[in-house]
Design a protein around this ligand. Structure first.
Ligand SMILES: Cc1ncc(COP(=O)(O)O)c(C=O)c1O
Length: 416
C-alpha cells in the first residue's frame, strides 16, 4: 500500500511514519483515510488549519476566485486579491488593535519569513548577533535553523550555525531576564550586542512552554532600553491559537516585528508575512525577493479567514473550549499519575510524560493513532504529548478525543 512512497519519496519524510495510512478527505477536525477510517485531528497540520479543514466559508471564497479566471500568481505585482487582503488586514486587525505595521509578503513558508525578519533586523541595527531562547523552533533554512535549538534539526545543517546566542526561556531554573540584563549591560560579557531578540510567546515545538506576561513585558522593556528589535514568531501560536488573534496581546506589548504563517491563509495554503514597524521597513526593492510572494489564493483565503475569525467570534470560542480542555486535563488526566505535568493556554496544551519516562510520549502517539486520534510529540526528548485541535472543533469531538487520550495515558502509566 505504501510501496510508491517508500520507493520514491525521500527518506526525510516524517509525519507519515507516525500516521501510516493514506489520507484522502478532511472536514473541520476530522480526517478520513482512503479506506474510510475517521481520525480526530489534534494536530491541525501543525497549526495551519486553525479554522478547520475545508472551512466552508473560506473555501467558497477561494473556489469563487478560482472559477473566474482570476490571476493565480503575479509575483509581487499589484492585484485585486492582494489589495482586498491588505485592506481587510488593516480594517479587521491593525486598526482595531491600534497597530501600525507595514506588511511584507514573503515566500511560501514560515522559515522564509523568519529569514526575512532576521535579515531586516541585522540590516537595521548593523549588528550580526541575534538572541534566541533554549527550546526555540524557528524553521529549517540555515538562518532560522541557527536560531532553532533541537539537536536533530541542527545536525541536518552540516555547516556551522552562527550568529545566534541562546538564553534560557521563561520558566527555566535560571532567571533569563536577569541574565539578559547582565550580559547586555556588561561590556565584558563577551556576547556581542544583538540586532534582535526573537521569541515565541508559547514554545510549541519546544514542549508547550508558556511565557508569563511579566517575562514578555520584561523582554519588551529590555529591547527598548538596548535598541534591539523584538521579533515575535507567531507562526504556530498566532491566528487565535492562544485566545487572541496575536499571541502577544495578553501581555499588552507591541513587538517591532511579527511573523505570521501557517493559519494566516485561512485554508492551510502556503503563505507567510512579516509585520514591520514602519521605521524598520528599509529593505531596498527586491532585497528579499521570491517567486511565491504572490500566492493569490492565499490572499483570498486570508481575507476570508479574517472575516471568519471576526464573524464567528473566535476569541470567545477559544475561551470556551479552553475551559473544556483545562477541566478535562485537570480532573481526568492529571490524576492518572502524579508525575504528569500539564502546560498550555488557549487551544494548545501539552501533557509532559518525561517525569515518568520521555519515551512514553511517542508510544502515546502510536497508541492514540491506533484509536483514531492524531497528535504529536514536542519538547525535550520528545517527551510531551501535544494537543492542538482546530479552534473550530465541535465540542463533542473535542471531548471524544480527550477521552481517547485519557485511555491512552492511562495505559501508558499503568504499564510503567
Ligand atoms: C514557531 C515556528 N516558527 C517557524 C516555523 C517554520 O515554519 P515552516 O515549517 O512553514 O517553514 C514553525 C513551523 O512549525 C514554527 O512552529
Amino acid at each position: 500500500m505504501f510501496d510508491v512512497f517508500e520507493k520514491r519519496e525521500s527518506a526525510v519524510r516524517s509525519y507519515c511514519r507516525k500516521y501510516p495510512v493514506v489520507f484522502e478527505k478532511a472536514k473541520n477536525a476530522e480526517i478520513f483515510s482512503v479506506d474510510g477510517k475517521r481520525y480526530i485531528d489534534f494536530l491541525a497540520v501543525a497549526g495551519s488549519v486553525n479554522y478547520g479543514h475545508n472551512n466552508s466559508y473560506i473555501k467558497k471564497a477561494v473556489l469563487d476566485y478560482l472559477s473566474e479566471d482570476n490571476i493565480i500568481n503575479a509575483l509581487d505585482m499589484y492585484t485585486q486579491a492582494k489589495e482586498d487582503f491588505l485592506r481587510t488586514f488593516e480594517e479587521l486587525v491593525l486598526i482595531p488593535k491600534n497597530l501600525d505595521y507595514r506588511i511584507m509578503c514573503c515566500g511560501a513558508t514560515g522559515t522564509n519569513a523568519v529569514e526575512a525578519a532576521l535579515k531586516l533586523s541585522r540590516k537595521n541595527k548593523k549588528r550580526t548577533n541575534v538572541i534566541a531562547f533554549s527550546g526555540a523552533f524557528h524553521g529549517m533554512s540555515l538562518g532560522s535553523l541557527a536560531a532553532t535549538t533541537d539537536v536533530t534539526s541542527r545536525e541536518g545543517a552540516s555547516v556551522p550555525l552562527n550568529n545566534v546566542t541562546f538564553v534560557p526561556y521563561c520558566g527555566s531554573k535560571f532567571d533569563s531576564v536577569a541574565y539578559l540584563e547582565e550580559i547586555l549591560n556588561d561590556d565584558h560579557s563577551g556576547i556581542d550586542k544583538p540586532a534582535a531578540i526573537i521569541l515565541e510567546t508559547v514554545q510549541a515545538e519546544g514542549g508547550i512552554n508558556v511565557a508569563t506576561v511579566q517575562w514578555l513585558k520584561d523582554i519588551r522593556r529590555i529591547c527598548t532600553e538596548h535598541d534591539i528589535v523584538m521579533i515575535v514568531d507567531d507562526i504556530q501560536v498566532g491566528n487565535g491559537r492562544t485566545g487572541t488573534f496575536f499571541s502577544f496581546e495578553r501581555a499588552g506589548i507591541v513587538p517591532d516585528m511579527v511573523i505570521l504563517s501557517k493559519s494566516i491563509s485561512g485554508l492551510g495554503l502556503p503563505m507567510s508575512l512579516v509585520l514591520i514597524k514602519p521605521e524598520l521597513d528599509i529593505f531596498r526593492p527586491a532585497e528579499h525577493n521570491g517567486t511565491f510572494r504572490g500566492n493569490q489564493l492565499a490572499f483570498v483565503g486570508c481575507k476570508a479567514g479574517l472575516e471568519f475569525f471576526k464573524n464567528s467570534k473566535m476569541e470567545t470560542v477559544v475561551a470556551e473550549k479552553e475551559k473544556i480542555i483545562r477541566k478535562y486535563i485537570e480532573k481526568e488526566i492529571l490524576p492518572l499519575d502524579s508525575r504528569l505535568v500539564h502546560r498550555g493556554i488557549g487551544l494548545i496544551h501539552g501533557i509532559d510524560l518525561s517525569g515518568i519516562n520521555p519515551k512514553l510520549a511517542i508510544e502515546g502517539v502510536h497508541k492514540a493513532f491506533d484509536k483514531n486520534v492524531i497528535l504529536e510529540v514536542a519538547g525535550r526528548h520528545d517527551g510531551t504529548l501535544k494537543i492542538m485541535p482546530p479552534l473550530t472543533i465541535e465540542e463533542n469531538v473535542l471531548v471524544e478525543g480527550l477521552e481517547i487520550l485519557k485511555s491512552v495515558i492511562s495505559e501508558l502509566v499503568s504499564e510503567k
